[in-house]
Design a binder for this molecule. Structure first.
Ligand code: GDP
Ligand code: MG
Length: 246
């Protein structure tokens, strides 16, 4: 995918305003201020594609961005205390209706601040994603604010703090340094490739065993269970150096 060729499409405050679409969509979910807009900007190497705000609670709409192949949804941030109950209900309805819709949501990136334990709302969100069998990965943001050692400690803590964490893919990232961004891009690219059942030009020069490994890899990305793909079974070109699975 050409990550340079992106544009802002539209903002919607009500689900009923969003036009239907067949295009695969990637949604960015997380509490207000966790770094959703910053991640979108870094992903597309743009400074101001998505508006980053030092004051939390500003994005009360779903903002759509798109490339040729896919659409990207910056969901309204939850968990901002200084918003009226009515406004909170509108946001929850907007997020809920969007995720429950029959749109082609390829994957939800659920963002959590790597420095802290997930909030009650983060856990509710994860629970919701699991319940409705939505494919998702957890993106741990602001890793640059932690030392390597602290990152290790937090990764271990997340295993205790998040139910079934061992079955969920977690990707530490920094929108400040760009670390982890390639892994996010790679997932998006994999999910945008033509369906594995169709003849796929990307696989034309691969041997049968390699093709099978690539198919399994894509399937595990789709189902949100990357941990099951088994790093050593993956062909090298599907993997980044130093990573076991993704
Ligand atoms: N150090 C650091 N700051 C970040 C990172 N991501 C976001 N921020 C900061 O966190 C604040 C909220 O970011 P924003 O993207 O607007 O969060 P959103 O409300 O989830 O869209 C801003 O001040 C960002 O500069 C990161 O990876 N590293
Ligand atoms: Mg934002």
């Amino acid at each position: 995918m050409n990550f340079q060729n992106v544009r802002f499409e539209a903002s919607y405050g009500l689900f009923s305003q969003i036009p239907p679409s067949q295009m695969p969509e990637f949604a960015f979910s997380g509490r207000s201020n966790v770094g959703k807009s910053s991640l979108i900007n870094k992903l597309f190497s743009r400074k101001q594609l998505a508006r980053v705000s030092a004051t939390p609670g500003k994005t009360a709409t779903i903002n759509f961005y798109r490339t040729e192949e896919a659409r990207f949804a910056d969901l309204p941030g939850y968990g901002y205390a200084k918003v009226s109950r009515k406004e909170k209900e509108r946001w929850a309805g907007l997020i809920g209706d969007y995720l429950a819709s029959d749109r082609d949501i390829a994957l939800v990136f659920q963002l959590i601040d790597m420095r802290h334990a997930p909030t009650k709302e983060d856990l509710m969100m994860i629970d919701y994603l699991v319940e409705c069998e939505m494919p998702f990965v957890i993106v741990l943001t602001k890793m640059d604010k932690l030392t390597r050692r602290q990152q290790e400690e937090r990764l271990q803590s997340f295993q205790r703090e998040i139910p079934y964490a061992d079955q969920i893919t977690m990707l530490p990232v920094s929108s400040e340094t760009g670390e982890g961004m390639e892994a996010v891009r790679e997932i998006i690219e994999q999910l945008c490739l033509p369906d594995a059942a169709q003849p796929d030009p990307a696989l034309a020069d691969a041997g049968e065993e390699e093709q099978e490994a690539i198919r399994r890899f894509r399937e595990s990305v789709r189902s949100g269970r990357l941990d099951e793909c088994g790093g050593e079974k993956l062909p090298a070109r599907e993997r980044k150096k130093g990573e076991t699975c993704l």
